[in-house]
Design a protein. Structure first.
Length: 328
């Protein structure tokens, strides 16, 4: 399961993520991939750009805003004093790393692609331990893992691609034992590392790609991308009021939609799951009772109506497992 930026955007949203993961983990081995909190990557890139221009005060302001935002979420979700202190220590280390990276950029007045990747990756590295701690707080055994341990990539900073053979070996060695013990790994989306251990990013929106890379590496039964829309739509609902959710669609059709600008999917998302024929779901974190869109090798045998809860649902889904969602 992958949860996007809006799905982990604040304490309330993260609690919904915890509810979904807790329900799903009762009947399935489950790995989770998380994005940075919504807007954080943009702020980090802004900090990097300000550092390049020598605007140290602006950098300090941005990092302090991010520190306060993450601290507030930790305080709201983590009641255990030792667990809260541990998460805060870990996040402070990441913020200090960000400060050093920005100071080096400001000193040289140069923002290299490698430095940009390192700075823009900080959001996911803050998000994963926070969400793992929130799961632990609610009784779900969990461990935060940085994808630099798992996903080996080429050295194309900003748009790296995985070396799947090595990635598969690493996932089996690192993640499989956790899954067998009933532990939910919470992995940083968006990032990987070269064979020399240099951090890379998969491109903006690359957490979707991370999820399917890991799903393929683990030969998962299915991958679910949790976002803030009900699934792939027949048209942009902002332009076409009666647009509806597509119940099932083929890999080829979904990939074409992504290439033509559908924002729900990163264009590379389907590549890793295609060979194994792994189904990919697009679902709404804020309306988990809806089945969303299922993306399969061949698509539906015939046109399907818009789905409802419990119809054409993922393998782990049952109504009893799902948190109740109050009407707005």
């Amino acid at each position: 399961m992958k949860f996007g930026g809006t799905s982990v955007g604040d304490a309330s949203a993260i609690q919904k993520v915890v509810d979904i993961v807790r329900g799903a983990s009762r009947g399935s081995d489950l790995a989770v991939v998380v994005s940075a909190m919504s807007g954080v990557t943009n702020q980090l890139i802004d900090a990097a750009t300000q550092a390049q221009a020598g605007n140290r005060q602006s950098v300090e302001m941005i990092l302090e805003q991010l520190r306060k935002r993450h601290d507030a979420v930790v305080s709201a979700l983590i009641r255990s004093v030792p667990a809260r202190a541990q998460v805060n220590r870990h996040m402070e280390q990441i913020f200090r790393e960000g400060e050093r990276l920005c100071q080096g950029t400001a000193l040289l007045r140069e923002l290299t692609l490698r430095a940009r990747d390192s700075i823009s990756s900080l959001g996911e590295r803050l998000s994963a331990p926070l969400i793992a701690a929130a799961l632990m707080e609610c009784g779900v055994a969990s461990e935060a893992i940085e994808a630099t341990e798992l996903i080996q990539t080429d050295s194309c900073h900003g748009c790296a691609d995985p070396h799947m053979d090595v990635t598969g070996e690493r996932c089996e060695a690192r993640l499989r034992p956790l899954l067998q013990q009933g532990v939910v790994p919470v992995v940083t989306g968006f990032i990987g590392a070269t064979s020399e251990g240099v951090l890379t990013t998969l491109g903006r929106g690359g957490s979707d790609y991370s999820a399917t890379i890991l799903g393929a590496a683990l030969d998962a039964d299915e991958v679910t991308i949790w976002t803030d829309v009900d699934g792939l739509m027949t048209a942009d609902p902002r332009l076409v009021p009666d647009a509806s959710t597509i119940a099932e669609i083929s890999y080829c059709e979904a990939e074409e939609m992504a290439r033509l600008g559908a924002k729900v999917l990163h264009p590379k998302t389907l590549r890793p799951v295609t060979q194994g024929g792994i189904p990919l779901w697009i679902r709404n974190t804020f309306a988990p009772e809806l089945a969303g869109t299922k993306i399969t090798p061949a698509g539906p045998p015939k046109a399907l109506p818009r789905t409802t809860a419990g119809t054409n649902s993922p393998a782990w889904y049952s109504e009893a497992q799902q948190p109740r969602v109050d009407a707005d």
